[in-house]
Design a protein around this ligand. Sequence first.
Ligand code: GLA
Length: 690
Amino acid sequence: MTAVHHDSAARLWMLSTPGSSYVVRLDDEGRLRHLHWGARLTPEQAAALPHLLDVATNFDGELAEEYPGEGGARFGVPALRLRYADGTRTTQWDHTGHTVDGGLLTLAFRERLSPLELRLHYRVHDDCEAVERWAELHHGGGADDTVRVQQLAAARWTLPLLPDYRISHLTGGWSAENQLARAPLARAETVLTSRRGITGHQANPWVALDAGDAGEEHGEVWGSALAWSGSWRITVERTVHGLVAATHGAGHEGPEVLLRGGGSWRTPVSVGLYSAGGFGGASRAWHAYVRAHVLPRPDELRPVLYNSWEATGFDVDEQGQRDLARRAAALGVELFVMDDGWFGARKDDSAGLGDWTPAPDRFPDGLAPLAAEVRRLGMRFGLWVEPEMVNPDSDLYRAHPDWVLNETGRPRTELRNQLVLDFARPEVAAWAHDRLDRLVRDHGVDHLKWDMNRVLTEAGRPGDPDADRLWHDHVRAVYTVMDELRADHPGLRIEACSGGGGRTDLGILARTDQVWTSDNTDALDRIAIQHGYGQTYPPGTMGAWVTDSPNPLTGRALPLEFRFHLAMTGALGIGGDLTEWSEDELARAAGLVERYKRIRPVVQRGRLYRLADAVQYVHEDEVVVVAWRLARRHGAPVVPLRLAGLEPRGRYRDLDTGEVHHGAVLTSRGLTTGLTRDHTSLLLHLRRDS
Ligand code: GLA
């Protein structure tokens, strides 16, 4: 069966992935209705689908429309909200045609009384479960003809009518990102959002819905995520009639986009993913999708990196970095990243942002000697940058005080003593591109850690009444600069960072290689942060450093092995002050780095199973398990760890001890971990012999 099926008699379209189908149909009045998202159907079964809902009273109208606008008896969350120059809000959309190109379906509509065209795009792939959707609005009128776009959703994801629903989403804050929350879905509108101009630490543009009966490895789960790194909004509505739908859009309420005749507006992609394999099955399907269709370089084995931030703070100079580099190289580190503090007058967070040239007092001969030393030690060289930002105390700001976001006569709110550059202005983006390009070219930089350490405030542009669109254009300009840098420097890696994990989303992952998951490097706190991250985003993109003990943020002391094992469940990095580590610690660390390199293909490319106080990865015939023990009450039962995803008849050899385990025993009885003390951990590497 083809990926896109069209039944012209039924006026129906069905998209199919290997394990699911998605069906829409035009009703007798020409309205596009959602019919199905779930188990895979045949064309014949799809044609037999009844409408989901048909409620029409004086007070209500619920039709499960695929992409509702305003006007008529529509009272739910609109996918499309417009205002014409004369104040009219009603739109009426007539279907005008469709195109199919491989797995891409485009449905076209024309507004009855105005020259607006709407296109709804759907795309499926034959190797993964994702359905990608986005919308495009084109204004075919004259240049003076305008319409205000208040909401143009990327997609509205409608779910089947089920007796109950539960919502899973991520909450948190700085240094406490990705906390998984799971609760009954209210009969209300539940809004997940960022109004900050970045993806945000407080919420993440991903949501999963289930009937309340899904578990880690069983049950139906409907997930959806927006590929966008600015403000966003996901509204999950659940009505008294049982309709459940999640509307995804870029931008938050308030700002609107002025669309002129001749202009078009295109949304970012929203991705829906149905899984019948529980939350774990859904996560594995997300990871497969991200690897196959999002990441620019999915096959790269992520290098073990060292980052200087927690070791030095802003106290960066050539000798100090050389000392760290030498020790890092001896541990087996492959990429040395010098963090904040190497440029301009940067000695603390009060000055220097914007002046992307080496600090003359700390790097009198520029960065070349350090870069050469790092390479001589056999590592690649990376640098921290924060291109969207400026300190008022900087040469850049003194030269271009007009380059920052601001509103005439209003305060310029400083956060961390910095202001946001108006990246959507072509001259600002061109300047940033030029600076970064030169930096990469002049110093052969292999890796940029691209940070963004504050959110947008007073996001205006004096003299431009339509500056609202900069909320969108800022993000697009960041994407463009990243894309251009990657195109010009094919070996360049980019790490996404926004005060830790404030920019974690499918949009940024399309042009970066990994994410700095959180500024919180405490291995115990990381368990929850990484658990949330892995719901959608693959472990190979999840930057995780081993830092000092006690942890500088939380003050908690944890064993070196525990810190390493938890960091080895993602893209391993080291961020401690190695000049303070004892010879014994350095030797153990070197052994753990070597071990990580052996398990790395399994962790970074494998299928992830979340177990009780453990994670497991399966890749080809290899299995890696990282288990940990938290504080436990005396007398609490010590239960074996049941593994998952193994071949029951397989024999699995422990590559460290040579011991052989039976698949069926590991999954049914479980593994005795021997973890008898708090904050101890275990790393197991198995290979299937037969
Ligand atoms: C942010 C990042 C840190 C570090 C600092 C430097 O907080 O998340 O990892 O780079 O900025 O100022």
